[in-house]
Design a protein. Sequence first.
Length: 127
Amino acid sequence: MSVRRFAVIATAAMLLVAIASPATAGGPPPREGDGPGERVRVVVYVESQGLFFDSIVGPDLPQHGPFQELRPGEGPGGSLATEFGPGDPGYLGGRWWVDANGNGEMDEGDAFFSCPLLGQGSATPPA
């Protein structure tokens, strides 16, 4: 696992624990699998809809094609945030980039990965 991917997953996991329901508060985020293929559950707030979506962090992607910005800590309660979600023009199906190097530009220093939004969204973070 790359250092950049680990940093993105660790940030997402910390955010999940911070906004998790009582059932998961205080413990690590749910994981699927073991080792390099493990996946982390996260919650993403979609600003255009005012809804939270459950998601699973998927594989790293090469920096080719369109990506939508995902901003750690900028949603309600410190959740991950993005502008568009399912059904919105501009939603790219879970192809995300995180400005890992903090320069405000989408470039090679950033993280690019798959993390599709699941379900219909909720006014409160998924449990």
